[in-house]
Ligand binder design. Structure first.
Ligand code: DON
Length: 582
């Protein structure tokens, strides 16, 4: 067990019990035993009836309990989504937005709920530029105008309404309790606030929530309560999701905006609606891959990269060998070049999705790849289909034994979003407007270039990289995955899929294995620790620039075996990650 200390005590106890059961050869444990792979370095969590994997053990415990009490995967996902807004306010949220994929094996349908934030109706193309037409990052990241109209409350409520069995009040109850009574601060929480201190303490409303009354920092082990957030969640539980958009909470948001001369209005909130979309669908070596459609670029480009890579015998080429990394990097560069040119909100522009995800287009792109030489990014432009900084989003995966699976990624963009708490409402506002191109050709915070397709327009959704993904095998839910990580989300998710399908890894190994990333510009392969110097030397000899950087992503994932066994992989890159089976 690689990271036992990150698991809740109860969970370790459950694991211990499972081990004892196996030793005693109790028949009830036989199924679970079949998935424990002795001799492997990383061991997933095992469940017979379901699995949850989130980035915070309290949210995992809560979602686990919902399943154990007879709720389904959507009930557990929505409850976890609200719980994370309390336990992990750096990314769990009600002031942001995201995407949820739901696969219902019984009907064979996979749907995508788009609850991405929208630009306010008074937003305009040059709103983050100075008089000389230069993009001003400070404006699109750390001001009230940096916030898009939040979608999380409406999106989670829609999911529950369509597929859940709990009432919204029931799904909110654990979050309200956590906000009211507080929870013991883990080290990661205390460190997160310390690291973002300068940005957070400049706003009175934020200081009131995240710092002690004397302005000092909370320490790990202390209790953290959020009375204003508890009151907001209670209002939503009592009056329903529209409370956030039209009730007292909306009034508090509008007052906050008004006080700072920002554009978001009462009408923007009142008119916000989430949307149900068709996910992008592709195939990879006989598996069906479903992932998020625009306004996320995730689905289009994970399918595009898989199509390119399908032409190579990746399994035989070997996990993270120089040759494998080379072709992955070449596929990634081409996909990200297309992203910059073509991707945006399909409610506003035409995205050539069919072309980008077609096998024939992938054949053409693959034919440009030289197996011995890196193509410099300057030689790659978008085809014709007809900086990394500290940041945070959060992904969770949940599956039950009724055939429902949920893959959800949601965010307020940076860690703690804009850093601005809505005074009296206790939650942070996102800074998602930075995901638009503030000026065509100018990179956003993740170094991603955007063009006309992603320019700011009133009520448009900003382009995302979030890639909640569900892979099915012979019509059955097989792999549920996704990740935070800004521009690295798509490539992180890609590698979990490849690690399982090409390299036959169990889900914990697939999630833990070292990752690489290439996003066309800057022209470099970014690698985590764990890629050998010999491999780096071979890549450099092919003409790649290789840069070793911090860990990427946090891909809380679930794999469902042919015998129905659930295995969960909690990503060790977040110390609070936890997978729990039942
Ligand atoms: O939607 C997007 O692509 C970004 N706003 C996501 C930000 C993110 O993942 C931050 N990271 N860890």
């Amino acid at each position: 067990m690689p990271w036992p200390c990150s698991r809740p005590v109860k969970h370790r106890f459950v694991t211990l019990l499972a081990t004892l059961c196996i030793t005693a050869a109790f028949s009830a444990c036989a199924l679970a035993q079949s998935a424990i792979l002795e001799g492997e370095r990383f061991h997933p969590e095992v469940g017979e009836h379901g699995m949850v994997a989130t980035s915070h053990y309290l949210a995992s415990q809560i979602a686990h309990d919902v399943l154990a009490d007879g709720g389904n995967a959507v009930d557990a996902a929505v409850t976890a989504g609200f719980a994370l807004a309390v336990t992990q306010p750096r990314s769990g949220n009600i002031g942001g937005g995201g995407f949820m994929l739901i696969s219902d094996e019984k009907s064979g349908k996979v749907i995508a709920i788009d609850y991405r934030e929208k630009a306010p109706s008074k937003a305009y193309e040059t709103m983050f530029q100075d008089e000389d037409g230069n993009a001003v990052p400070e404006l699109s990241r750390y001001t009230h105008n940096a916030s898009g109209v939040p979608g999380t409350v409406a999106g989670l409520a829609l999911a529950l309404d369509k597929y859940g069995t709990l009432s919204l009040a029931e799904a909110l109850a654990p979050a309200i309790k956590l906000a009211d009574e507080g929870f013991v601060i883990p080290p990661r929480f205390a460190e997160g606030i310390r690291d973002a201190r300068e940005r957070l303490e400049k706003w009175d409303s934020t200081r009131k929530v995240f710092f002690k009354p004397d302005g000092s920092l909370y320490r790990a082990g202390e209790r953290f309560r959020q009375p204003d957030l508890a009151a907001t969640l209670k209002r939503i539980a009592e009056h329903g999701p529209r409370e956030f958009y039209e009730g007292e909470t909306a009034k508090l948001i509008v007052a906050e905006m008004h006080k700072h001369d920002a554009l978001m209005s009462a009408e923007d909130l009142a008119s916000y609606q989430p949307t149900i979309r068709e996910p992008v669908h592709g195939t990879y070596r006989g598996y069906d891959v479903y992932a998020m459609s625009p306004p996320s670029s995730g689905g289009a480009h994970i399918v595009q990269m898989l199509n390119i890579l399908e032409g190579y015998d990746i399994g035989a080429m070997g996990f993270n060998s120089a040759r494998t990394i080379h072709v992955m990097s070449e596929a990634m560069k081409r996909a990200y070049a297309d992203r910059a040119e073509y991707l945006g909100d399909t409610d506003f522009i035409d995205v050539p999705l069919e072309g980008i995800t077609s096998k024939a287009y992938a054949d053409e792109l693959r034919s440009q790849i030289d197996l011995d030489r890196a193509t410099p990014s300057s030689e790659i432009a978008a085809g014709n289909p007809l900086p990394y900084e500290s940041n945070e989003t959060t992904h969770f995966s949940i599956a039950d034994d009724s055939g429902l699976a949920v893959s959800n990624t949601y965010t307020i963009n940076f860690s703690y979003g804009s850093g601005i708490v809505v005074d009296g409402a206790g939650f942070l506002l996102n800074n998602e407007m930075d995901d638009f191109s503030a000026k065509p050709g100018t990179p956003n915070a993740y170094g991603l270039i955007g063009g006309e397709a992603n320019k700011i327009e009133p009520e448009k959704r900003m382009l995302s990289s979030m890639t909640p993904t569900i892979v099915k095998k012979d019509g059955k839910n097989f792999l549920i995955t996704g990740s935070p990580g800004g521009s690295r989300i798509i490539t992180t998710t890609l590698q979990v899929v490849m690690n399982v399908i090409d390299h036959g890894m169990n889900i914990q190994s697939a999630v833990s294995a070292p990752r690489i990333h290439d996003q066309w510009l800057p022209d470099e392969i970014r690698i985590e620790d764990g890629i050998s110097p010999d491999t780096v030397a071979l890549l450099e000899a092919m003409g790649h620039k290789v840069s070793r950087q911090e860990a990427m992503g946090a891909a809380q994932s679930i794999l469902i075996g042919d015998d129905g066994t659930f295995t969960g992989g909690a990503d060790p890159r977040r110390s609070t990650s936890s997978a729990m089976g039942l």
